[in-house]
Design a binder for this molecule. Structure first.
Ligand code: SAM
Length: 259
């Protein structure tokens, strides 16, 4: 165990996060034993060891050079008056995983403004194949355990989940509205084998465990399960331990595991 890294982690945490961690004593061993976070490039390379670094770099350049994609997102945020961090490294990682896995079917839970959705759909467009199914229970008001730690914790009045997604990308998209506990079994009746699953809906232990388990049963061998907010509950760590699958800790607080 790297004590100096742990010490740097603890001292770098804002006071609020330290208090939250201390209020969840069950998370302390997980926090101590978690793998060190990797950057977008390191995580992509670790998940796709057969891909050359050059390929990954070029895909990332293609995304970052896509001015119309970023200016569309910015223009829509200005129009709606709600602002989100479109440069979060996690979105670049979602784009790269989708490019590198070349999935036919991706399922995500938790849409909100639709930034993760937009980056995955841009990757699907750049791949020239694939479909994204998104599941969301619209946050008309703040949802504790989900949107309560976000700067804007509810949808802007009159806006549906995914309001930021550029209309031209929606051709490869289906949005299913409802609680994922009710909706996912129906989604997986239709899509019996999926390539990538991303959890980012309700981060309680019970809900995360439910989503990981049902998604895992439908992921094809070699498929990828990604999760945002893996330190909100012990669920992701327990799930990976149960399946004896070491996970990647991606850009601080996100996880990736291959089936
Ligand atoms: C953190 S936001 C998702 C952000 C989005 N993935 C992104 O990165 O751009 C969480 C979303 O999950 C939705 N949600 C909360 N509880 C849910 C549930 N039980 N089933 C499905 N979606 C849920 C919320 O309404 C919200 O839209």
């Amino acid at each position: 165990m790297n004590m100096s890294w742990i010490w740097r982690k603890v001292t770098a945490l804002p006071v609020g996060r330290i208090c939250r961690r201390l209020m969840q004593p069950g998370m302390i061993p997980i926090f101590i034993s978690m793998p060190q976070p990797k950057s977008v490039a390191e995580s992509s390379q670790a998940l796709f060891p057969d891909e050359g670094g050059e390929t990954i770099l070029n895909m990332r350049k293609q995304l970052l050079g896509n001015q119309s994609f970023f200016s569309d997102l910015t223009a829509t945020m200005h129009k709606v008056g709600q602002y989100h961090d479109i440069h979060d490294d996690w979105f670049q990682f979602l784009y790269l995983v989708t490019r590198l896995a070349k999935p036919m079917v991706v399922v995500e839970t938790g849409v909100f403004a639709g930034l993760s959705t937009a980056f995955i759909l841009q990757a699907i467009k750049d791949n020239g194949r694939g479909r994204l199914v998104s599941v969301d229970l619209p946050a008309e008001n703040v949802i504790v355990g989900s949107t309560d730690r976000m700067h804007d914790s509810a949808l802007p009045p009159g806006c549906d989940p995914g309001w930021i997604v550029p209309p031209a990308l929606k051709v490869n998209h289906s949005l299913v509205v409802g609680n994922s506990q009710e909706v996912l079994p129906r989604v997986f009746e239709k899509h019996r084998a999926i390539d990538v699953f991303i959890h980012d809906s309700l981060h309680t232990a019970a809900h995360q465990s439910f989503e990981y388990a049902i998604a895992w049963s439908r992921l094809r061998e070699g498929g990828i399960l990604l999760s945002d907010d893996i330190f909100w509950s012990p669920a992701f760590h327990e799930f990976c331990r149960k399946h004896r699958k070491p996970y990647l800790h991606v850009v601080e607080g996100r996880g990736a595991v291959r089936k």
